[in-house]
Design a protein around this ligand. Sequence first.
Ligand code: SF4
Ligand code: SF4
Length: 325
Amino acid sequence: MAKPKVGFYWNASCGGCEEAVVDLAEDILTVVEAVDIVFWPVAMDFKKKDVQAMKDGEIAVTFVNGAVRTSEQKEMAELLRKKSGLIVAFGSCAHIGGIPGLANFWDKETIFERVYKEIPIVDNPKGVVPLPKSKVNGYELTLPEFFDTVYTLDQVIDVDYYLPGCAPPPDLIMNAVTAILKGELPEKGTVLTPDKALCDTCPLNDSKPEKLAISEVKRISEVKSDPEKCFLAEGIICMGPATRSGCGERCINANMPCRGCFGPTKAVKDQGAKFLSAFASLIDSDDEEEIKKLMDSVLDPAGLFYMYSLPKSILQRRKMEANNG
Ligand code: SF4
Ligand code: SF4
């Protein structure tokens, strides 16, 4: 019997999701035995034209990691959608925008200005920036267009399932692969992890405070935190109240606060707003000055509360004066 065909693709991401597949260790042999990998540019020499030559829906499932921030990524996402029965948004960036999504606090112009002209190590006296078309020695060179906005995968194509995390843990990947191979999939659109907040499964939950009796918020690097105590009780921002469980509390177990990479639970539309509301409800003061002082001690609240989820949030991006895409 022919094995189901499977593809992997990498859009705007750090490459950690590709590492996560390799981290399956010996389980990868089970996957390779059960499926026929027909597209995986980072590891195998398949070309775009090989995918173009396939019949529509020929690939049983493609795991696409990374957000979409260039015209090439959009084109590949659309091609893979056409050729795949199922598309799984793999990892935080495809799911909710991830770290690349923080670029939505700026636009193409401000990013290019900073990256190609302003930063001290750049030596670019002519102020050259990448252009979709440029002439070099009489030849025309083309580059993908860089969008103003970073998109989640489902803002560009229809997505069937989501595997969250930066990167998704191996056990969740194997559960998803097994469910796909057995045809035991939940309702379309499901995020393939428990729909519970991380605090509900956190080993430090018993020490989570009803009210925050602190006057300032500190960074993890500024205090010697107690590994037995909830981070919030120590005045360290932990996104656990607004984040979906399923990661095995990886950061908490390494004595680091959660940064929200699994995204919110199903009932929550906006992870950053949910955290802000959870945090505000913990503040034990009616004194406006005191509350202001506490909030002022949170460095970069927008970057912190939306560290992974800005493109998927209600705001999606910062409004710039001229913003065209
Ligand atoms: S806020 Fe963080 S440390 Fe505290 S219970 Fe929730 S996940 Fe655990
Ligand atoms: S603790 Fe939070 S940031 Fe860390 S892996 Fe889990 S969901 Fe992601």
